[in-house]
Design a protein around this ligand. Structure first.
Ligand code: GTP
Ligand code: MG
Length: 297
C-alpha cells in the first residue's frame, strides 16, 4: 500500500512559504520575491519519496486586507487548512508573532490539525540562542507537533520538514501521476514567471496593482520555438508608463529575464511578446478578479 500526505504551507506574507515549496519540489513552480503578497492563489506542488506522495498547497501570506483581491487571498488560506493531514506554519524567526498568526494557529489547534512550526530565516540570527525564547513563547500559546528552525535559502533544515511530513503520511492511493510536480496550467506558470520579474524590478508603488495574463502559448509547427504572448494589466496610466519605462527599457528588461526563465523551465527557445494595458481599480472588481483566475467563485 502506498502513502499520501496533504500539506498546507501557511503563515505571514514574506515568511518564505513559496521558497520552501520550491526547495521541496526542486523546481521553481511558485513565484518568490522580497515584496509582500507575492502569492495570490493556492499553488499545488507534488513530491514523491519512496512510497509517499506529498501534496503541498502554498497559500497567500497573511496580511491586513486592503481590497477585494486581498479578501479572496485570505479566504484561500482559510479554505486551504481544512481536509488536509498537516500544516507547515511558517514564521520569520526574526519577527514577533502577531494577532493574525495566533488566531490562525489557534483555529488549527481547535480542529486538532498537526502543526509543524517552521521558524525560517535562521541565517539572519547572529546568535542561535535567540531562538529558545521565541519557541517557548509560541509553544506556551499553541500546541505544536514539531518545531523546525530552518533557513530555506541556505538549504538548512528543509530535509527535517520533509522527515516530519513523511511520518504523518497516511495509507492511501496516490492522487497524482508520479512525474507530476504541479497542477498549475503552463499558461499560469508562465504568467507568474513574468509577474515575478516585474515584482523584482519595479518600485513599491506599482507591483501590487499588476496582473499578468498569458493570452497565447503555442509551439511552432516548423521550428522548436514556443511563442508566448502576454498582457500585463496595471491600474493607472502612470503605472503603464513605469512598466514600459524610458524607451521601453523596463519592459525589455523584465521580459528578457522572464524569457530566460521560461526557456529553462520549458526546455525550448521562447519568443515572448508582452503588451501593457490599463484596467482601473481591478483589484476591487469581482468580475476582473475572476477573469484573472484569482478567485474560484
Ligand atoms: N534570509 C533569508 N531570506 C529568505 C529565506 N527564505 C526566503 N527568504 C526570502 O524571503 C522573501 C520572501 O520569500 P517568499 O518565498 O516569496 O515568501 P512567501 O511567504 O511565499 O510570501 P507571500 O507569497 O507574499 O506570502 C524572498 O526575498 C526570499 O528570498 C531564508 O531562509 N533566509
Ligand atoms: Mg508566496
Amino acid at each position: 500500500m502506498t502513502r499520501t500526505v496533504f500539506v498546507t504551507i501557511a503563515g505571514r506574507t514574506n515568511a518564505g512559504k513559496s521558497s520552501l515549496l520550491n526547495a521541496i519540489i526542486g523546481e521553481k513552480i511558485a513565484s518568490v520575491s522580497s515584496k509582500p503578497q507575492t502569492t495570490r492563489t493556492r499553488i499545488t506542488g507534488i513530491r514523491n519519496i519512496d512510497d509517499v506522495q506529498m501534496v503541498f498547497f502554498d497559500t497567500p501570506g497573511l496580511h491586513k486586507p486592503m481590497n477585494k483581491l486581498s479578501e479572496h487571498m485570505l479566504n484561500t488560506v482559510k479554505e486551504s487548512v481544512s481536509d488536509i493531514d498537516a500544516v507547515v506554519f511558517m514564521m520569520d524567526c526574526t519577527k514577533k508573532i502577531n494577532a493574525q498568526e495566533l488566531e490562525l494557529l489557534r483555529s488549527m489547534n481547535a480542529s486538532k490539525m498537526p502543526l509543524i512550526l517552521a521558524l525560517n530565516k535562521i541565517d539572519l540570527l547572529r546568535d542561535k540562542n535567540q531562538l529558545a525564547p521565541v519557541i517557548a513563547d509560541i509553544t506556551s500559546k499553541v500546541k505544536i507537533h514539531a518545531v523546525v528552525p530552518l533557513s530555506v535559502t541556505e538549504n538548512d533544515g528543509v530535509d527535517l520538514i520533509i522527515n516530519e511530513l513523511m511520518s504523518l503520511a497516511q495509507e492511501s492511493p496516490h492522487y497524482f501521476p508520479d512525474d507530476m510536480i504541479t497542477d498549475q496550467p503552463e499558461r499560469v506558470l508562465a504568467a507568474e514567471m513574468i509577474r515575478e520579474k516585474l515584482l523584482m524590478l519595479l518600485n513599491d508603488e506599482v507591483p501590487h496593482g499588476i496582473a499578468v495574463s498569458v493570452e497565447e502559448m503555442k509551439e511552432r509547427e516548423d521550428k522548436d520555438i514556443l511563442d508566448i504572448s502576454a498582457v500585463i494589466y496595471c491600474e493607472k496610466d502612470s503605472h503603464k508608463g513605469i512598466v514600459i519605462g524610458k524607451g521601453g527599457a523596463m519592459l525589455k528588461k523584465a521580459s528578457t529575464a522572464a524569457r530566460i526563465e521560461l526557456e529553462n523551465f520549458f526546455c525550448i527557445k521562447v519568443n515572448l511578446q508582452c503588451w501593457v494595458k490599463v484596467k482601473e481599480d481591478w483589484r476591487n472588481r469581482e468580475g476582473i478578479i475572476r477573469n484573472f483566475g484569482l478567485s474560484e467563485k
